[in-house]
Design a protein around this ligand. Sequence first.
Ligand SMILES: [Zn+2]
Length: 128
Amino acid sequence: MDPFYCWKCGKQLLDEPLPLARLAECPGCGSQLHVCRMCEFFDTGVADACKEPVADRVIDKERANFCGYLRVSSREWVAQDTSMADQAKKDLDALFGAQSNSEATPASAESAELDELNRLFGDGPREN
Ligand SMILES: [Zn+2]
């Protein structure tokens, strides 16, 4: 049997008996495990985020449900989440890195622009 992972904290759940007890909880974070997010049929790309065609609709995807079709997925939630977070961090770094690397130039470019505007409108440099 493949290991599976807590949908919330990503802890690998080795000792969790399958099929999951309805009130099974993650030993790492205490999240309920009999939830849509743990399930193979969970897919945010389809209606009700469930690919199982006859399963009852479950409103809360993160609370223990009574679904008889739940099949624990072995997706690695944390790996997925981290890669997204890493990407977001990289984007942020790129954003702020670009700003701090060229700190000297934008300021002078900005004031040159201001001077040009002032010249155009004949206002002269304005002090605050
Ligand atoms: Zn957990």
